[in-house]
Design a protein around this ligand. Structure first.
Ligand code: GRF
Length: 241
């Protein structure tokens, strides 16, 4: 009897820029090999010259240009993003607001990565270097990465996972901070996306009773454990029982 074909989630990635987060997702799925629970089947951008499209073409992934100010001839998002074609939509440095009626088609299945600890330093106009400049100007000593569900407002959807990153306002430039945060984006975003895909194609283990959200502990270091008991254990380690 032939093994049933492994159903994998079909992901559409939207990106406006160079696509390093897209690259991180593709590398993560490649590294998972046959065990991967998802494939990126389309990369779309509102910018015909976006590096993310070139990365996709280089890997033989279908691409599309989304209609917008920079591409009036592009495909309207509502025409492209069909739940019959895609199980998940991942925003990886996509700067346009996704139309509300399109967001509503993917309840719990459209996510975004933001280079700060939302709800702080987010919202319309808060992207790229502007975010890191604002963090340093505020004198914040901890920033980080947020992966959240997309809603009808910029950066306001339910938070799925966050990871802290230290900031050094005295010495950091926005570029240095952006680079430090981007490394964590590349570690966190693929794992959250894959976990979401797993939950769609391979139901969760009910034994895992105190599971708290998405398990990203395989990043190699865990400043914020995702299971209640691990957090208690790390407190005991730090401050004694
Ligand atoms: C990342 O910092 C991401 O958080 C933000 O835009 C940047 C995109 O980078 N939304 P890339 O295009 O994935 O390299």
């Amino acid at each position: 009897m032939t093994a049933p074909a492994t159903r994998r989630a079909r992901i559409a990635v939207l990106a406006s820029g160079g696509g390093s987060n897209l690259g991180a997702v593709l590398d993560y799925l490649d590294a998972k090999g046959e065990a991967r629970a998802a494939d990126v089947v389309l990369v779309a951008s509102d910018r015909p010259d976006a590096g993310a499209l070139r990365r996709a073409e280089a890997r033989g992934i279908a691409t599309a240009v989304l209609q917008g100010r920079r591409a009036p001839e592009g495909t309207p998002p509502g025409e492209l993003l069909d739940p019959a074609r895609f199980d998940l939509v991942a925003l990886a440095g996509y700067l346009q607001l996704v139309p509300a009626e399109v967001v509503r088609r993917f309840p719990g299945r459209m996510i975004n990565v933001h280079p700060a600890l939302l709800p702080a330093f987010g919202g319309a106009g808060m992207y790229g270097a502007r975010v890191h400049r604002a963090v340093l100007a505020a004198g914040a000593r901890v920033t980080g990465v947020t992966v959240h569900e997309v809603s009808e407002e910029y950066d306001r959807g339910p938070i799925l996972a966050q990871w802290p990153v230290p900031a050094f306002p005295e010495v950091d430039t926005p570029e240095a901070l952006a680079a430090r945060v981007l490394r964590i984006e590349h570690a966190l975003f693929p794992r959250v996306l894959h976990r979401l895909a797993l939950s769609l194609v391979r139901p969760r283990d009910p034994e895992d009773d105190d599971f708290v959200g998405l398990d990203v502990t395989d990043i190699g270091f865990a400043p914020c454990p995702t299971r209640a008991r691990e957090f208690a254990q790390s407190l005991d380690l730090m401050f004694g029982p």
